[in-house]
Design a binder for this molecule. Structure first.
Ligand SMILES: *[C@@H]1O[C@H](CO)[C@@H](O)[C@H](O)[C@H]1NC(C)=O
Ligand SMILES: *[C@@H]1O[C@H](CO)[C@@H](O)[C@H](O)[C@H]1NC(C)=O
Ligand SMILES: *[C@@H]1O[C@H](CO)[C@@H](O)[C@H](O)[C@H]1NC(C)=O
Length: 868
């Protein structure tokens, strides 16, 4: 059938490349839409099929001004990103589908994902290596890797990134993200949904994307759009110019703080305004990665000149020109020149970048922040004040103390505020390369200006990783660090300041003699208290370049604005602003050395693959040769029998849907509360389960979280159960999670009228996500029974007159339920226990359709499979 929006087709590159041009709608509303919404619109137009994406949806998106926060719209991202945890079930499903269609005489090679899928294998390997049973894990990994390798060869549209190429988000940023996609002569914006929590980082590169759950990502892979409420878009307008002393970290943290205070949960944030062009691609991805901090869905930086420059290192000129003309043709390119072209946002937050000043923390606690500009005054007041969090209480006359001492044959003097330790550490909060580069460039310029660091100061450089040393070296700044005395002492936080060499004895003596408040300055973010030498009473955390600056100054009692950093051998005064590198300079070096070498390195390794991966043998077959012995990769059987299952719960009569999925408030001590606290919510913000129906992490934890739940494993009512293998009493969720980790199937034992009460949308999904595969009860509420079937959970009924007590079940035995090859409605099945008992139950599939749903693992999968 003809595409309903064929009339919007436009071409580029002398007609060789086609695209849908929403501007041809001639709708004045298009030019006012936030750019992120334009991305949604383009995708809806391109994917419009009258089934999943309808013409009404395009109208709703165009009418965003009116429809925001109201209309549900579909979004078909350009690609799906899976990490191997979620990748396995999705890929096993696909492979099993090939078997199934082959059985029906259809060519199995027709079964492929409909949405391009990238599968990054590193994730679980990292975790597995930390397990005790390493050898076993390696074998298991091999099975998995074989399977993944087979997937990469057998399926179209599947790209497998082998292990050891980096963490998911890094590979996504540096290898997979391409701003536009070119597919069969069609060009369209890149966009992504991923199962990795760092997925939002790519929004820093103008690529719309966010994280979704496993089931959702599988649906997208099978060609279904994500459904979302048309979001509100907060325009974050950046104005003013960046304070010269502020590093990228200062700016990222400053912007994050603003956004957190603004309360933009669940919304899109989109950056605009003249200040945006001052932020490098690395700054932007870091800000975009902070989304969870302020709870926005995405922080979107539309494509601009900075984005293009970032991709210059990996794209040839021709591709970049195509990209630019395409993005301009559909108005997805930002120039910031003409404010009248600014989109209309739901609301606008203005941030003046000049207000993001640089801070240091100290002198005693990391939470005491001092603006660098007021450091001198602040240190003075610390000397004056009585002893406390900040004060040292040094009398006025003693504040003037100067203690001379000899070091290597030369006389120096120490005073209050003298720096004796300076450590440049690239710890977690300094992983943005520009910050270490700034420090290196400052060192270079200081050396070139003729400045030195006094030799008695203990200086050190801990780059955090070989990669940091590598780019410090490539950019040519490493030798200058070393000339100032900052030698590489080792890697990682393990070698943080605690390991620096002791201070020279003469220095220690001088400090003691004058009872001086000597200072340490370091750029780490941990190990604050008591890690530096005992005789160093004031410790400051500062950005790496400021560590270099204070080391050169030799004191923290300096006002960089008014006082020179140092005096050269020929008597020339040099101020900090004389040698502080400009952002342009830093960004240039970052693009030239860091980014290009990272891209190049990753690209080359991808080409070559690694020996381990290359050596993995894998079949060339169209169908996967399942090894039924494998504990890791096993075809999801069409009739998933239940083997050696434990009972998650042992329940009595009249368990209602309110016990199964309570709608009330979230108790302060519950698995859901623990989760929400980990997301930095306060108990007052918890709200009710009912209000949080959209969040599967909360709802799974809320399943069986009723305080009225009567579990026979536990003497009193409450949302607890027994983890039978360990004998521990745990929250139901925690027990279920543990069983899942142990690969143990779960069932539920219950009495009469299981599942009575109001219908709730999580009553079947919740137990399913907890790993429950069957419920054995004396009787079921019909509606609930249907929901269980729809979710792929077996409703099994004891024979009339029988129940757990009459069968003398303790609930602690293990249960095996074998299914016949073909199942008929209301078929009787035998349950065997590990105690050697067996009893008969009726499988409550009332119709062939019920059997069908169940055979496919539930309604969702049934639909997905029919689609294919
Ligand atoms: C930003 O703040 C600086 C310093 O406070 C001020 O001089 C400047 O005018 C402000 N810029 C804008 C656009 O508000
Ligand atoms: C985070 O987002 C969720 C979903 O939009 C919202 O319910 C919650 O209140 C937000 N929390 C914070 C701290 O903003
Ligand atoms: C820095 O690079 C040079 C030249 O490529 C090399 O010889 C040297 O070993 C490198 N130093 C470090 C610390 O990596």
């Amino acid at each position: 059938a003809e595409h309903p929006y064929n009339h919007l087709t436009d071409t580029l590159d002398n007609g060789r490349i086609k695209f849908f041009n929403p501007q041809k709608l001639n709708d004045p509303r298009y030019d006012k839409l936030p750019l992120s919404i334009r991305v949604l619109l383009e995708a809806a137009i391109r994917k419009c099929d009258g089934l999943y994406t309808k013409k009404e949806d395009i109208q709703s998106i165009l009418d965003w001004q009116e429809q925001q926060n109201k209309a549900e719209v579909p979004f078909s991202p350009a690609r799906v990103l899976l990490q191997d945890f979620t990748g396995i079930p999705a890929m096993v499903d696909l492979a099993a589908m090939r078997d199934a269609v082959a059985k029906h005489g259809v060519d199995p090679s027709l079964v492929n994902p409909r949405c391009p899928t990238d599968l990054i294998v590193d994730h679980s390997l990292q975790i597995d290596y930390t397990l005790k049973n390493q050898e076993m894990e390696l074998i298991r990994n091999k099975e998995r890797l074989q399977f993944f390798k087979w997937c990469s060869k057998a399926f179209k549209n599947v790209n497998v990134v082998p292990p050891d190429f980096g963490a998911v988000h890094q590979v996504n940023l540096e290898y997979l993200s391409r701003v536009v996609q070119l597919n069969e002569g069609f060009i369209y914006p890149d966009s992504v949904v991923g199962t990795d929590s760092h997925t939002t980082m790519v929004n820093g590169l103008g690529i719309l994307g966010w994280g979704v759950g496993g089931i959702e990502s599988e649906a997208v892979m099978l060609g279904q759009p994500v459904s979302l409420t048309l979001p509100q878009v907060v325009g974050c307008k950046l104005v003013g110019s960046i304070n010269p002393l502020s590093t990228s970290i200062d700016i990222v943290l400053g912007i994050t703080k603003h956004l957190r205070q603004a309360g933009i949960a669940g919304k899109f944030v989109e950056f605009f305004g003249p200040g945006v062009s001052q932020l490098s691609a690395a700054d932007r991805t870091t800000i975009a990665n902070m989304c969870p901090e302020y709870n926005a869905t995405v922080s979107f930086f539309p494509v601009d000149q900075v984005t293009l420059k970032h991709f210059k290192t990996i794209s040839d000129q021709e591709k970049l020109e195509l990209l630019e003309s395409y993005m301009k043709a559909i108005k997805l390119f930002q120039s910031y020149e003409d404010p009248s072209e600014d989109p209309h946002y739901s609301e606008v937050i203005e941030i003046n970048l000049s207000s993001m000043v640089s801070y240091v923390s100290g002198p005693k606690r990391p939470q005491d922040r001092v603006a660098v500009s007021s450091m001198k005054e602040d240190f003075q007041s610390c000397l004056d004040e009585k002893v406390g969090f900040k004060g040292f209480h040094i009398s006025k006359e003693k504040q003037e103390t100067r203690v001379p001492f000899l070091h290597c044959g030369q006389e120096y003097k120490l005073a209050h505020g003298s720096v004796v330790i300076a450590a440049v550490i690239s710890c977690t909060n300094n992983c943005n390369p520009s910050v270490m580069l700034t420090a290196g460039l400052l060192a270079k310029k200081a050396v070139e200006a003729g400045l030195v660091v006094k030799p008695y100061i203990r200086t050190s450089l801990a780059p955090g990783s070989g990669m940091v040393t590598h780019y410090l070296n490539t950019s040519g700044v490493l030798p200058y660090f070393s000339q100032l005395g900052f030698e590489v002492i080792g890697y990682g936080c393990a070698t943080c300041v605690g390991n620096t060499a002791p201070l020279p004895e003469a220095v220690v003596d001088a400090i003691k003699q004058g009872e001086l408040v000597a200072c340490g300055v370091l750029s780490g973010n941990r190990h604050f208290e008591g890690r530096l030498c005992e005789c160093v009473r004031a410790n400051y955390l500062a950005s790496p370049p400021l560590v270099v600056a204070y080391a050169i100054a030799g004191t923290v009692g300096i006002d960089f604005e008014k006082e020179p950093l140092g005096v050269t051998a020929v008597g020339k005064e040099v101020y900090l602003h004389d040698i502080w590198p400009s952002r342009e300079e830093i960004q240039q070096i970052e693009e030239d050395t860091v980014i290009s070498s990272v891209f190049k390195d990753l690209g080359e390794r991808m080409e070559k693959g690694n020996t381990f991966w290359n050596n993995i043998e894998c079949p060339d077959s169209v169908l996967f040769p399942w090894d039924q012995k494998s504990t890791y990769i096993r075809k999801d059987s069409w009739f998933p029998s239940i083997e050696n299952a434990h009972a998650l719960l042992f329940l009595g009569d009249k368990v209602t849907t309110d016990h199964i999925s309570p709608a009330g408030s979230i108790a302060r001590v519950s698995a859901a509360a623990k989760y929400l606290l980990s997301k930095r919510l306060t108990p007052r913000e918890f709200n009710s389960y009912g209000a949080r129906r959209g969040n599967d992490a909360v709802m799974t934890r809320g399943t069986f979280a009723s305080i009225k739940l009567q579990n026979r494993f536990i003497g009193k009512p409450g949302p607890k159960t027994l983890h039978i293998p360990s004998g521990q009493t745990l929250d139901v969720f925690e027990a279920a999670e543990r069983y899942q980790r142990e690969g143990i199937n779960l069932i539920i034992l219950a009495g009469k009228d299981y599942g009575s009460g109001n219908s709730r949308d999580w009553v079947a999904k919740g137990p399913y996500l907890l790993g429950v595969r069957a419920v054995i009860a004396e009787s079921f509420e019909k509606l609930h029974k249907n929901q269980l079937v729809g979710m792929g959970i077996m409703p099994l009924e004891f024979l009339p007159g029988q129940n757990a007590d009459s069968l003398e079940l303790s609930g602690k035995e293990r249960f095996t339920i074998t299914l016949p090859d073909s199942l008929s409605p209301r078929e009787q099945l035998t349950v065997k226990t590990s105690q050697g008992k067996s009893f008969v139950v009726t499988a409550l599939f009332d119709t062939e359709l019920d059997v069908n749903f169940f055979r496919h693992g539930g309604l969702l999968r049934y639909v997905a499979r029919t689609l294919l």
